[in-house]
Ligand binder design. Structure first.
Ligand code: SAM
Ligand code: SF4
Length: 338
């Protein structure tokens, strides 16, 4: 098994298929202008598929497609059908859900296993204020169409922001219960791109648990602390709620995730200053063994624990300033993939 310097294996791959996005979530893309990756720098599906094969041989068992908004990548279902033939335990995708209703059946038919839909508010006017687009209903339609297409318990990712949507925690629990969705609250992270982040806006795990217990009574911890980032709690009526406490209780010690950007940059931590570009090697037609040797070298040298290092800081600001992001766009969350 391939281990990094902290003894962590490589099992999870997050593959960003595009840097483009139709939304401008305040916590991810709050600026008026962005520079996009050159179109011909994006890896083709064949190039990405070969890279995934190499990762699988090194131990990867789970692949999640992300972006940007992955549904903006043309013919994504074709790529999913390529991935679905590979020996993986899990093939998943994270989407903002806006275009989901249109594509969900072909995603399912292509072999996508699981779906996560990001939704941070149940109020259309707040959705517009948060994302810049008046498309709340499209996302709800997308969620319902995922259920209709047979996706089992799609996940809802909800980033909580103090003073913006923390008053919707119970509404989300009820929304998830009514539709049989798996719900996960996420702490607002100071990742690259989150230039408006400030510590006072983080609504932490303990506050979420307090809100839950005020309404529902005693909860019980039933999962978490494995390599999955989410800690799961069972409410007295049996419903499960997940919390991803990347800010207040990071899980770096168990992190088994590698990330590949749409143009082939290999990142070993969401908070890393920079990654390792594989594109030139791939386009030079490097042999599989040589490519794997590079992946192995990068992973075995890995000692990142970005979120833990952030936690140790006395004063916390967004990790990269706007100038630092503009000088290296690969630091942006919408390029790294969440
Ligand atoms: N566009 C897709 C979506 O929104 O689901 C996929 C890409 S998005 C970068 C992946 C995930 O990262 C989303 O669930 C999003 O909410 C989360 N995310 C982005 N910025 C974040 C931040 N500053 N803190 C916490 N989560 C964040
Ligand atoms: Fe929002 Fe996802 Fe787009 Fe970022 S990439 S702006 S989180 S929809």
């Amino acid at each position: 098994m391939l281990l990094d310097r902290k003894g962590r294996s490589l099992e999870n791959l997050r593959l960003s298929v595009t840097d483009r996005c139709n939304l401008r979530c305040h916590y991810c893309m709050p600026e008026a202008h962005y520079e996009w990756l050159e179109r011909d720098s994006l890896l083709s599906f064949e190039e990405l598929s070969g890279l995934v094969d190499s990762f699988i041989e090194l131990g990867v068992k789970k692949v999640r497609l992300t972006g940007g908004e992955p549904l903006l990548r043309r013919n994504l279902s074709y790529f999913i059908s390529m991935l679905a033939k590979k020996p993986l335990n899990d093939l998943a995708m994270t989407t903002n859900g806006v275009f989901l209703a249109k594509h969900v059946q072909s995603l399912k038919d292509a072999g996508l296993g699981r779906l996560t839909i990001s939704l941070d508010t149940l109020r259309p006017e707040r959705f517009l204020a948060l994302t810049g687009q008046d498309v709340f209903e499209d996302v709800v339609r997308g969620i319902d169409s995922a259920l209709d297409a047979g996706f089992e318990r799609p996940k809802i990712n909800c980033v909580l922001m103090q003073g913006f949507n923390d008053d919707e925690i119970i509404d989300f629990v009820e929304f998830a219960k009514d539709r049989a969705l798996e719900l996960r609250f996420i702490e607002y992270m100071d990742v690259g791109g989150a230039t408006k982040w400030h510590a006072g806006q983080v609504f932490g795990m303990h506050d979420v648990l307090q809100r839950l217990s005020e309404t529902y009574g005693t909860y019980e911890k039933v999962g978490g602390d494995g390599s999955a980032p989410s800690r799961t709690y069972r409410l007295p009526h049996g419903q499960h709620v997940g919390i991803i406490a990347s800010v207040s209780m990071p899980f770096c010690g168990r992190c088994d995730r590698a990330r590949i950007t749409a143009d082939g940059v290999f990142l070993t931590c969401l908070y890393a200053d920079q990654g390792f570009s594989l594109r030139t090697l791939i386009r030079q037609g490097v042999r599989k063994e040589s490519l794997q040797a590079v992946l192995q070298h990068v992973w075995s040298g890995r000692d990142d624990a970005g979120a833990q290092e952030r936690l140790a800081l006395r004063e916390r600001q967004p990790i990269f300033s706007l100038n630092e992001l503009r000088s290296n766009v690969h630091r942006e969350m919408h390029i790294r993939g969440g």
